[in-house]
Design a protein around this ligand. Structure first.
Ligand code: PEP
Length: 261
């Protein structure tokens, strides 16, 4: 079965005024049944705004938290439990964004691969779809594909192997490949760079999990994806969708969705 494309909009910690939320929701109003039959769509509002908008989108759009805790409800100040997401009827959770892996430019603790694997297991166990972000910093990209795979991507993927092996429906774990140097910078990986990295990720999964998983797992590209570059990136055989930051706060998000749907 061909992989169904998937596009996500990551609003990060935006907007400032909640009064702007209806306009941001409206940017996704073109996601009708016909589009959603061809492409999965999720949106990640900020933690504070999520519960205000989770029932405001067209049916089928998955409203998705940008993080979760690793365990459940209880004495976990400042955290969000997947059990609470289940109760709200949410279907998807995103974890491992590079900004949580220590790329804030602030001395906040980095989330480790082991912690993220624990969170991913918890998300999957509760029946949600898990979007798992990975990516490499610029110095590794400059060293070439082998180095960036060995030093960044493979360690990030290796912790997922038991989960991928045990997962019956491989579409429930989505890998978002986001080169850190392309996030929020306006610099996009070229289609050649993105395709060769997506293929290397898929080949690694084939060798270390199995061919069926490699064929079925969806790999999104993230990093300054927009209406202009989405058509060319969509034509790459191993790119199954996009995780979009800045452009998901604008009407052009529909063009990105349509490009791959
Ligand atoms: C992101 O936040 O995941 C992202 C890819 O941001 P941008 O599209 O703004 O680079």
């Amino acid at each position: 079965m061909p992989r169904k494309p998937i596009v996500g909009g990551n609003w990060k910690c935006n907007p400032v005024e909640h009064a702007k939320l209806p306009d941001l929701v409206k940017n996704f109003s073109g996601c009708d049944e016909a589009i959603l039959a061809k492409c999965d769509v999720y949106v990640c509002p900020s933690n504070l705004h999520l519960a205000m908008v989770h029932d405001k989108f067209n049916a089928g759009i998955m409203v998705t938290p940008q993080n979760c805790n690793f365990k459940g409800c209880g004495a976990y100040t400042g955290e969000m439990a997947v059990d609470q997401m289940v109760d709200l009827g949410l279907k998807c959770c995103l974890i491992g964004h590079s900004e949580r892996r220590g790329e804030f430019g602030l001395p906040t603790p980095k989330e480790s691969d082991e912690l993220l694997a624990t969170k991913a297991a918890y998300i999957l166990e509760k029946g949600l779809l898990c979007v798992y972000c990975i990516g490499e910093p610029l110095p590794l990209r400059e060293k070439g594909l082998d180095a960036l795979m060995a030093e960044a991507i493979i360690p990030q993927l290796a912790v997922l192997v038991p989960l991928l092996k045990g997962l019956e429906d491989k579409s429930r774990l989505v890998i978002a490949y986001e080169p850190v140097w392309a996030i929020g910078t306006g610099v996009t990986a070229s289609p050649e760079q993105a395709q060769e990295t997506h293929k290397a990720i898929r080949d690694w999964i084939a060798a270390n999990v199995d061919q069926k998983t490699a064929d079925e797992v969806r790999i999104q590209y993230g990093g300054s994806a927009n209406a202009k570059n989405a058509p060319e990136l969509s034509a790459c055989p191993d790119i199954d969708g996009f995780l979009v930051g800045g452009a998901s706060l604008k009407p052009e998000i529909m063009d990105v969705i349509k490009a791959i749907a």
